[in-house]
Design a protein around this ligand. Structure first.
Ligand SMILES: Cc1cc2nc3c(=O)[nH]c(=O)nc-3n(C[C@H](O)[C@H](O)[C@H](O)COP(=O)(O)O)c2cc1C
Length: 210
């Protein structure tokens, strides 16, 4: 048995990112669940924001914002910044958070987030309840503790947060990696039968991500 509901935005999990905007003097944070990568080359992402949000005006005005990845330690901040408005309260001050200068934008980053993307808007599309902001990712700002001795990004160290249907979660156990379905297994291990026509060279360890 299955049920059919009317159309609704059931996409889960999503990253409940903290979008920082405004200026270093008057920074603001808004929690955004409707976020996504829309192009790898050039690197671009989208965020959807309702016009009534205080942050909407700030982002329209400057055309800049940063997407700060949320961690478990930031759970309370993620929720609070998603229910309080910068119109009434200085969210950075109230939560004891710190604004960090970006390298490519004048909008602030969130110092307490270990990974942030600095973005500049190139298009805004009204779509209904929300406007879609399409933005170039100009720089990625990373805490060095996320990098190993070879300079490889170890994002699993960040303790990232996820959001699904009103609930916050931490990420669970790693159950695979990109290309694992087509990667050759070491001898001695059982492996699924190769597809007819032989095993094609898959993305495996290459950098060929979506
Ligand atoms: C988990 C979560 C996700 C949210 N996602 C969005 C979103 O994608 N777009 C949006 O406009 N508001 C979203 N909100 C609501 C805003 O974060 C909220 O209205 C916030 O108080 C606006 O702050 P501002 O007035 O300072 O801009 C979300 C809230 C939460 C808690």
């Amino acid at each position: 048995m299955r049920e059919v509901w009317k159309g609704s935005p059931l996409l889960a999990p999503v990253a409940p990112v903290l979008v920082s905007c405004g200026s270093m003097e008057r920074p603001n944070l808004i929690t955004v669940g409707w976020v996504g990568i829309v192009s790898t080359q050039p690197p671009r992402l989208s965020i959807s924001i309702r016009p009534e949000r205080y942050s909407y005006g700030l982002i329209c005005e400057s055309g800049e914002f940063a997407v700060n990845l949320p961690t478990r330690a930031l759970t309370r901040a993620v929720d609070w910044c998603g229910v309080k408005s910068g119109r009434e309260v200085d969210k950075f001050a109230a939560l004891g958070l710190h604004a960090l200068e970006g390298s490519a934008i004048s909008a602030p980053l969130l110092a307490e987030s270990p990974a942030a993307m600095e973005c500049r808007v190139f298009e805004r599309i009204p779509l209904g309840s929300h406007d879609l902001f399409l933005a170039d990712i100009l720089a990625v700002n990373l805490e060095s503790s996320l990098l190993d001795e070879k300079g490889k990004l170890r994002l699993e160290r960040a303790g990232l947060l996820a959001y699904a249907h009103g609930e916050y979660y931490t990420l669970g156990k790693r159950v695979g990696s990109f290309g694992c379905s087509v990667r050759k297994r070491r001898q001695g291990r059982t492996s699924p039968k190769a597809p007819a026509g032989g095993r094609k060279k898959g993305p495996g360890n290459s950098r060929n991500r979506p």
